[in-house]
Design a binder for this molecule. Structure first.
Ligand code: PLP
Length: 446
């Protein structure tokens, strides 16, 4: 690595790197948090300052940083076969091994995998597969994809079109046609009737569009970016029933929830619902290599396969990258061996209990499962009054960061906590301490 001072790194960064999801001008002026190395749940920046990673980078470093098992798997695969493709009649053994493994882990019946490089590509693929399914069944008019109005499904055109969050879509119209948003059953905003009201709206929308026009409904079991929206089981089960009634496929976006984060291999398992298609990414390699997947139910696969001469015209250069597959296999081994799903449940319960013990007067709700939690801020929890300061959650995030703890301010005044699943109790104590203090400081104007 080149030797440069922190200021030199920042100047070169401002001169050449376009950062995703930021105010580019402000970023150029202020610089960002440049990380040099990491171990466990700790990040070290270019000045040598340590940060506790309370967000698993982008909800994904499930096995923590600096795991030699994953580095060794990548190095060994790079030496043996750095790249080969799955196009046409090609194949390689690592993709077979991983697809077989995913079939064992996924809910019953989902045993065919199409690989991608990340979550947006996985959702893109799941949506295309849903449309193809209906074409092959002789119902080509079923083109409409339904998604929640507070969902986040990615930034490529199809995935962004399915994303409901307005800010993600601003400036990028026109969108994919035939994508329609339905109300989100927000467990805080919509109250106890959240599920039944949203289900009624969903059915009404399906009838309005015409049931024979709808291809699929796409849901995150726990919406991440939209504000840590833990969908009620009643809603997920009701949505499954509506899909069955109207011949609609259910796509579950597990990009964040998969691979132990919520305590199970897939977030949908908590509801007992079997989806038709799962999109996953992130935790599949704990972020050590870009990889995603659409895992498809056998009955859907049997239809899209069609006749022996029917062509499946879809594939990315890096679909089933052998290094990604090798890293994913090693990562899944670690999650299994170290029982990180069970650990996520135990540590999540500990974190919740410690936070509640603080009796912070501005925490209205703690949502989520395992180590995917959202802390709902309110001016007055009793009346559910939102913070008077519209920047309150962002100030809390900034205050925590200044104290060396990375958390994430989400839409709707929520602070996300989604650390590596290997995080320890003392590290969680520190998160609680810093978060509690900063919430109090921000709300008292300190
Ligand atoms: N789906 C969900 C639920 C996500 O949270 C994300 C990314 O945060 C995506 C899809 C998009 O994944 P990627 O950024 O890998 O394209």
């Amino acid at each position: 690595m080149q030797i440069r001072t922190p200021d030199q790194w920042r100047a070169k960064d401002a001169a050449h790197v376009i950062h995703p999801n930021t105010m580019l001008g402000l970023h150029e002026q202020n610089g960002g948090l440049m990380i040099q190395s990491a171990h466990g749940s700790t990040l070290i920046d270019i000045e040598g300052k340590e940060y506790l990673d309370g967000i698993g980078a982008l909800w994904l470093t499930n096995v923590g940083y600096g795991r030699p098992e994953l580095a060794d798997a990548a190095a060994a695969q790079m030496k043996e076969l750095p790249f080969w493709s799955l196009f046409w009649s090609y194949g390689h053994t690592k993709a077979v091994e991983l697809a077989e493994r995913l079939a064992q882990l996924a809910p019953p019946g989902l045993s065919h995998t199409f690989f991608t490089s990340g979550g947006s590509e996985a959702n893109e693929s799941s949506m295309k597969i849903a449309r193809l399914y209906h074409v092959r069944r002789g119902q080509p008019d079923r083109t409409v994809i339904l998604a929640l109005d507070q969902a986040y499904h990615g930034v490529s055109y199809g995935a962004m079109s399915a994303t409901g969050i307005a800010a993600v879509r601003t400036n990028f119209a026109p969108f994919l046609t035939d994508v329609t948003h339905v109300p989100t059953p927000h467990p805080y905003r919509a109250g106890p009737e959240a599920a039944s009201t949203a289900l009624e709206a969903l059915e009404q929308q399906i009838r309005q569009i015409g049931p024979k026009r709808v291809a699929a409904l796409m849901l995150e079991p726990i919406g991440g970016v939209g504000g840590l929206i833990d969908l009620p089981d009643e809603y997920i089960r009701g949505a499954r029933a509506l899909c069955d009634r109207y011949g609609i496929l259910l796509i579950i976006d597990e990009v964040i929830c998969g691979f132990g984060r919520t305590g199970t291999w897939f977030g949908i398992e908590h509801s007992g619902v079997i989806p038709d298609i799962i999109s996953c990414a992130k935790g599949i390699t704990s972020g050590y290599f870009p990889l995603g997947a659409s895992i498809i139910h056998d009955r859907v696969y049997a239809v899209i396969k069609g006749e022996p001469t029917d062509y499946f015209n879809h594939g990315f250069t890096y679909s089933g990258h052998p290094v990604g597959c090798a890293v994913a296999l090693a990562n899944i081994d670690l999650i299994e061996r170290e029982e990180l799903g069970a650990r996520a449940v135990a540590m999540g319960a500990y974190l919740r209990e410690r936070l509640l013990a603080r009796a912070n007067p501005h925490i209205a709700q703690i949502r989520g499962k395992g180590l995917m939690l959202g802390v709902q801020l309110a001016q007055n929890p009793a009346t559910r009054q939102d913070p008077i300061d519209p920047e309150a959650h962002k100030k809390v995030e900034a205050g925590c960061r200044a104290e060396g703890v990375l958390l994430r301010a989400l839409l709707g005044y929520t602070i996300a906590i989604s650390p590596p699943l290997v995080i320890t109790e003392p590290e969680l104590d520190r998160i609680v301490d810093v978060l509690d203090r900063n919430i109090r400081r921000v709300f008292t104007g300190g």
